[in-house]
Design a protein around this ligand. Structure first.
Ligand code: PLP
Length: 399
């Protein structure tokens, strides 16, 4: 049995990696596992009731996204939703088309596209500026009538940068109306509004565990007019597009979690803005040396903050903060075990010294302003401690 270390005052600032399951979502999951545990494909009453619950869940999401229920498919996670579209669209079009993805996509898009490139597909990366925002002029030049798929994320998982999807969608529709426009909204769904119609998007990926539902449930919106082959074959669940018995407890929890996000989106966002503001204010007041990586204004989603503390490597800072009970991330969770510098910050053209020292602080509605005071103090202490140690080492070397 593993023992979990827990600090008295644990401060969780890694909400872009995953979030705590909300009480209501937990309750919904337990109910679906213990009482309403039928298989929606079973013909008896217990199955029929699960089938109805599944349809109701789908219509809740359809309402929030302003789309038709039969354009929504439950999956196991954001990664699966992204793969369904990237690989499915490529398969549908064959190798004669071009695939464009932004240079700052999550690995679930980037690696799927790299896999397609290894199979002979023409895959190109849309460059970004120093804030991590896609270069619209480059996009315009890259798009042509051979383009079959364009995938651009909504909110970047490392920097919080919000991509100008409305402008991108307008360009795509003007130059290559046939291309499928996919948006990875895993970091934005439930946190800030999505504008599927204004983006002129065809497909959008979402994930439960980023919004206080359990891990193991995702969602994909695919416009009815788009036909993409399935990647998973079997019993024909999800209207044949994603076979496999539906994760009913996950879906019920995800639905409740989405309701909690959508009914209080402004309040939740205000909490996060205050927490971020207090945290940054305290760092500035303490005159700690740091750089903010990514946009600072309305082009950034407030729940993700990427900072570099010059001279202190990310992993050293991460573990020093961990020792004080503050959990943060060096880059995204999916790449934090890697020793390579962030692909995202590299694509933004940041110097390697800044990339090696980057930390991601990501907030949720469960964080408080009081916590922000403690976390900022922990960061300030850590910076002073580590600079003290580093300076004394330097001093010894020069003697
Ligand atoms: N897309 C983005 C932008 C993400 O941040 C993540 C996870 O961090 C994913 C996709 C993958 O989602 P999941 O963890 O549900 O597979």
């Amino acid at each position: 049995m593993r023992i979990t270390v827990r600090f008295m005052n644990e401060i969780y600032y890694d909400n872009s990696a995953t979030t705590k399951v909300s009480e209501k979502a937990l309750h919904a999951a337990c109910r679906a596992m213990r009482e309403d545990f039928g298989n929606p494909s079973s013909a008896h009453a217990k199955g029929v009731s699960a089938y109805h619950a599944l349809n109701e869940a789908r219509s809740v999401f359809a309402g929030y996204l302003n789309v038709a229920s039969d354009e929504l498919y439950f999956s196991s996670c954001g990664t699966e939703s992204n793969n369904m579209i990237i690989l499915g669209a490529a398969k549908a079009a064959g190798k004669q088309g071009k695939i464009l993805i932004s240079a700052v996509e999550h690995p679930s898009v980037y690696e799927s596209a790299r896999h397609l490139a290894s199979l002979g597909y023409q895959v190109e990366l849309i460059p970004v500026d120093r804030q991590g925002i896609i270069d619209m002029t480059a996009l315009e030049q890259m798009l042509d009538t051979h383009t079959i798929l364009v995938s651009i994320m909504h909110v970047n998982n490392e920097t919080g940068a919000i991509q100008p999807l409305k402008q991108a969608g307008a360009l795509i529709r003007a130059i290559c109306p046939q291309a499928l426009f996919h948006v990875d909204a895993v970091q934005s769904f439930g946190r800030i509004p999505l504008f599927l119609a204004a983006w002129q998007a065809d497909a959008v990926s979402m994930s439960g565990h980023k919004i206080h539902a359990p891990k193991g449930v995702g969602l994909l919106w695919l416009k009815k007019t788009r036909n993409i082959p399935a990647l998973i074959w079997g019993g024909g669940q999800e209207r044949g597009f994603r076979s496999g018995t539906e994760n009913m407890s996950g879906i019920m929890a995800f639905t409740v979690a989405a309701e909690e996000c959508y009914t209080q989106m402004d309040q939740n966002y205000a909490v996060i803005v205050n927490v971020r503001g207090k945290f940054l204010d305290d760092l500035r007041k303490a005159q700690v040396d740091f750089h903010l990586n990514g946009p600072q204004d309305e082009q950034a989603a407030a729940h993700i903050l990427n900072l570099s503390f010059p001279g202190i490597r990310s992993e050293v800072m991460l573990h020093s903060l961990e020792a004080k009970g503050v959990y943060v991330s060096a880059g995204s969770a999916c790449t934090s075990m890697s020793t390579k510098g962030s692909r995202i910050l590299t694509a933004m053209g940041l110097p390697s010294g800044r990339i090696d020292c980057a930390l991601r602080f990501s907030f949720s509605r469960y964080n408080t302003v009081d916590e922000a005071t403690i976390a900022a103090a922990a960061v300030v202490d850590t910076v002073l401690e580590l600079h003290g140690i580093l300076n004394s080492r330097k001093g010894k070397k020069t003697k």
